[in-house]
Design a protein around this ligand. Structure first.
Ligand code: HEM
Ligand code: ISQ
Length: 154
């Protein structure tokens, strides 16, 4: 199938816009996760003991930013190399974190849907089906790398 230059450009273009509104979009990403899967609240250390989404939690924000950036990075790699390569130590770490939290495959779909809704929110009218599918493909490849590592570590 391959990842085209156009798809890479769509992801990069939207990320440039999203960068300007990180705090709000980070909160929105969690809000969408909890809207789709309220039970996911218990998984996150900074959400489990509260009924709201903390507005000023540095960890909450930094985790969301890492997710955005890693998907963006995956889009670049997919176009350049045809595959997503996460550095060994990062991949091992992410595999172990998610394995320990007991994350299962359907939850990866929840996060994907929440991510796509966040891109749509950020881009408004500039969002297209093509843009969403570019993010979706880049996310899937990254998620596969993490899932494979989780299975290896299990
Ligand atoms: C932690 C990335 C999928 C739940 C993290 C961290 C990163 C990350 C970077 C922070 C690690 C750290 O710095 O300590 C990703 C990426 C994903 C993904 C790139 C998909 C491509 C998921 C999914 C779930 C999930 C599907 C399930 C809802 C969590 C939880 C933590 C975590 C619960 C620990 C948060 C805490 O500190 O309490 N993830 N993640 N992640 N992730 Fe993910
Ligand atoms: C997945 N893992 C860690 C943090 C996250 C924040 C928002 C959305 C998905 C996430």
């Amino acid at each position: 199938m391959g990842f085209s230059e156009k798809q890479e450009a769509l992801v990069k273009e939207s990320w440039e816009v999203m960068k300007q509104d990180i705090p709000a979009l980070s909160l929105y990403l969690y809000a969408m996760i909890l809207e789709i899967a309220p039970e996911a609240r218990g998984l996150f250390s900074f959400l489990k003991d509260t009924n709201v989404i903390p507005q000023n939690n540095p960890k909450l924000k930094s985790h969301a930013v890492k997710v955005f950036k890693m998907v963006c990075e995956s889009a670049i790699q997919l176009r350049e190399k045809g595959e997503v390569v996460v550095s060994g130590s990062t991949l091992k770490y992410l595999g172990s974190v998610h394995l320990e939290k007991g994350i299962v495959d359907p939850q990866f779909e929840v996060v994907k849907e929440a991510l796509i809704r966040t891109v749509a929110k950020a881009m408004g009218e500039k969002c297209s089906e093509e843009m969403k599918s570019a993010w979706s493909e880049a996310y899937d490849e990254l998620a596969d790398a993490i899932k494979t590592e989780m299975k290896k570590e299990a």
